[in-house]
Design a protein around this ligand. Structure first.
Ligand code: FES
Length: 140
């Protein structure tokens, strides 16, 4: 199987069966963000305790890239420290700039590497990550 096909399958799997889809109770931090280019939105909820991302959930509308990115992002950061979560966000932004980045700890994220060739889609892929950074920055 070509790498592109594999990546496409990983993205579609997360799109069709998004991980951590849903809502948390009111003890969570909620971040609402829009993708200005299309109007799609994400609502991300986080529970951060003792510097650990204990839980993360997302709802909203978006394309396959944005939903799968939110699914992967929440999977990657759950149970991680705030610093590790921000490190993921940093590496993901390098990935979107076309740099070679590996995610040995959560390889599904590498499936989004091809997005950097489509500038209009970068905002789709980074929406969930921008929500994560906003949520952490505003609550630390
Ligand atoms: Fe709206 Fe991708 S087209 S989030």
């Amino acid at each position: 199987m070509e790498l592109d096909d594999l990546y496409r399958r990983v993205i579609m799997d997360h799109y069709k069966k998004p991980r951590n889809r849903g809502k948390l109770d009111e003890n969570s931090v909620t971040i609402e963000l829009n993708n200005p280019t299309c109007g799609d939105r994400i609502s991300l909820q986080l529970i951060v305790e003792d510097n650990i991302v204990k839980d993360a959930r997302h709802t909203g509308e978006g394309c396959s890239i944005s939903i799968s990115s939110a699914s992967m992002m929440t999977e990657a950061i759950k149970g991680k420290t705030v610093e590790q979560a921000l490190d993921y966000a940093d590496r993901f932004s390098h990935l979107m700039q076309g740099e070679e980045v590996t995610f040995d700890d959560y390889e599904d994220l590498e499936a989004l590497s091809g997005v950097n060739k489509f500038p209009a889609r970068i905002k789709c892929a980074t929406l969930a990550w921008n929500a994560l950074k906003k949520g952490i920055n505003e609550n630390n």
